[in-house]
Design a protein around this ligand. Structure first.
Ligand SMILES: Cc1cc2nc3c(=O)[nH]c(=O)nc-3n(C[C@H](O)[C@H](O)[C@H](O)COP(=O)(O)O)c2cc1C
Ligand code: SF4
Ligand code: SF4
Length: 257
């Protein structure tokens, strides 16, 4: 069976999960970057089985996922599943994703996910160690249900309200301070093209989906979350198997090798 795994990742948890998932599934499997597709219109999806791998934000999908899916054209009877990564709990993402697909007269077949280190609120040292060590095993445990095309009717779940991230509005108040050295890494990793260099100064606009890629990859820790005092300048994180170039590439390269 031909499968397309569409992913987004700011700090690598979902990128490594997408790759491991693709390696565990049966048949041909492409791994495709949603950040590279985001600015396209009418995106044809030619796979019989389609998976979306992404981080949970506020019990919901990142804005970029919602926005890109609205432009995707699926074949009828496509088996669509999501495989999320999160620090503690996936919240109401299954219901919200099913609602999104209902706009296209489609439905979500299956929602699975695994705990990973938190890139927003902090995980404990133990949690980071355990989730990274068990990532592969946790994925393998869930693959069978996808191969067997299990289905759950998420339309039966009670309705939920829009989450805080159903639109992009810089709700974390991402800002930059005087430690900035003008390296432009933040511009290169921002999936929303929300950061510009104007007259030698970095400007962060409000079309921000709070992915924190700029925050975690800035080499001088010049970026902070002005509306999130508790974790305003938390320690930086990225998955140990992912490099800055992988995150930059996801904006330009549709297919992951
Ligand atoms: C803005 C934001 C909101 C988040 N909200 C949640 C949440 O509601 N529940 C949760 O368990 N993790 C939450 N997280 C943690 C991420 O889902 C988690 O660390 C994820 O694995 C990061 O994936 P990535 O490395 O692929 O970007 C949030 C992260 C961010 C940046
Ligand atoms: S990544 Fe950091 S140091 Fe580099 S331009 Fe952006 S804010 Fe400045
Ligand atoms: S400005 Fe930073 S946090 Fe906002 S979308 Fe761009 S990279 Fe993500």
């Amino acid at each position: 069976m031909k499968t397309g795994i569409y992913y987004f990742s700011a700090t690598g948890n979902s990128l490594t999960t997408a790759k491991l998932l693709a390696a565990s599934l049966d048949g041909q499997c492409d791994v495709i970057s949603l950040a590279a597709l985001h600015n396209k219109q009418d995106i044809e999806v030619d796979y019989e089985r389609v998976g979306f791998v992404f981080p949970i934000y506020y019990g919901d999908m990142p804005y970029l996922i919602r926005d890109t899916i609205r432009k995707m054209k699926f074949k009828q009877n496509t088996y669509i599943f999501i495989f999320t990564t999160y620090r503690g709990h996936p919240g109401d993402v299954a219901k919200r994703f099913d609602n999104l697909l209902q706009e296209k007269n489609l439905s979500l077949a299956l929602s699975k996910g695994i705990p990973m280190p938190g890139n927003s609120y902090l995980s404990t040292v133990e949690q980071i160690k355990d989730t990274l060590a068990n990532q592969k095993t946790n994925i393998k445990k869930l693959v069978k249900s996808i191969i067997e095309q299990d289905k759950i009717d998420y339309s039966l779940l009670p309705e939920v309200e829009n989450s805080a991230v159903y639109k992009a509005c810089n709700m974390r108040g991402i800002k930059v301070d005087e430690k900035c050295i003008g390296c432009q890494t933040c511009i290169k990793v921002c999936p929303m093209n929300n950061i510009e260099l104007i007259e030698g100064k970095i400007k962060i606009k409000d079309n921000c989906m709070t992915c924190l890629a700029c925050f975690h990859w800035c080499p001088t820790a010049a970026i902070y979350m002005s509306k999130e005092k508790e974790i305003e300048r938390r320690e930086k994180y990225h998955h140990p198997d992912v490099r800055l170039t992988d995150i930059i590439k996801q904006k330009y390269n549709e297919f992951v090798e």
